[in-house]
Design a protein around this ligand. Structure first.
Ligand code: PLP
Length: 286
């Protein structure tokens, strides 16, 4: 089926959607994005994504292409016309183009570009990968210093994912100054003696929408949380580990750099948090 996508105010068949070759998103990765999951045809945590989008735009002094209400209407229309039951909506905003390439930002009256499209992901909630758990390798974190801004500079995370695949694993955790920052496209956690440990928020990691929700739900379930720096060795000695992201929810981790965690199967806390997250998110979906 040909998808309908949204480009700068128009709903178009995907083959007719066009962006200028001078667009700064294309030439300079001068762009931010959001990914919102869809379950049962409804948007998961749309508000969280809209708030973070605004923050990313503000941090880069980039104009907002439309209001939050308009964004919601575009998301909903794309989900409806593309008949998405389980999947996601990808949104990207770039600084646009004034018709040439220049390191200097274009003038303030240059309109931003906005693109949205859907991806169908049948079986997203009942994922076989989550039942198996993920095997992780660790790699050096050589990304830029503003990882709190959700930019489209995804080459290194993409290379990290490929390094993991080549090593027969599923994903990579990034390590800076001896401490884990986050996963290639998720936030990282381990559990030891019932305590959930994850890195505190700073410019070093993306402020995950799922991280916020899962930590809130974990606290409500009376689970102990410690936000602090941790090493790969500490995580390898954990009872269990997991990652969180809007597109994979809570994903158990069963192995880190060849060391199996616990009994090598998804741990009880990761499984429980995945259930709670899916349950509560579905109830609150719009
Ligand atoms: N960290 C990084 C580097 C990411 O790319 C992502 C998601 O894409 C996350 C964390 C998780 O964020 P969220 O839960 O908002 O999807």
């Amino acid at each position: 089926m040909t998808r309908t996508v949204y480009v700068n105010g128009e709903y178009l068949p995907e083959g007719d959607a066009k962006i200028s070759i001078f667009d700064r998103g294309f030439l300079m990765a001068d762009a931010v994005y959001e990914v919102t999951s869809v379950l049962g045809g409804k948007l998961i945590d749309f508000q969280g994504h809209a708030v973070r989008l605004k923050r990313s735009l503000d941090e880069l002094e980039m104009a907002a292409p439309c209001t939050k209400e308009e964004l919601l209407a575009i998301h909903r229309k794309l989900v409806e016309v593309n008949e998405i039951d389980e999947g996601l909506v990808y949104l990207q905003v770039t600084r646009g183009s004034d018709g040439d390439r220049d390191f200097v930002f274009p003038s303030d009256d240059t309109p931003p570009s906005i693109v949205l499209f859907t991806q169908a992901k049948p079986g997203l909630a009942d994922s076989p990968a989550a039942k198996k758990g993920a095997k992780i390798i660790s790699i050096e974190d050589i990304r830029w210093g503003r990882r709190d801004i959700k930019t489209v500079q995804l080459l290194y995370p993409s290379m990290g994912k490929m390094m993991a695949k080549k090593a027969g694993c599923d994903d990579a955790w990034l390590v800076e100054d001896g401490h884990v920052t986050e996963g290639t496209s998720n936030n990282a956690y381990f559990v030891k003696d019932g305590v959930i440990v994850t890195r505190p928020l700073s410019n070093d990691i993306l402020h995950g929408i799922t991280r916020k929700a899962v930590l809130r739900m974990a606290a409500e379930a009376q689970l102990k949380i410690e936000e602090r720096l941790f090493t790969i060795e500490e995580a390898q000695g954990a009872d269990e580990a997991f990652t969180t992201s809007a597109s994979a929810f809570v994903m158990p981790v069963v192995e880190i750099d060849g060391v199996a965690l616990g009994d090598g199967a998804p741990g009880p806390i990761a499984k429980r948090l995945r259930e709670i997250y899916l349950d509560e998110s579905l109830k609150a979906a719009i």
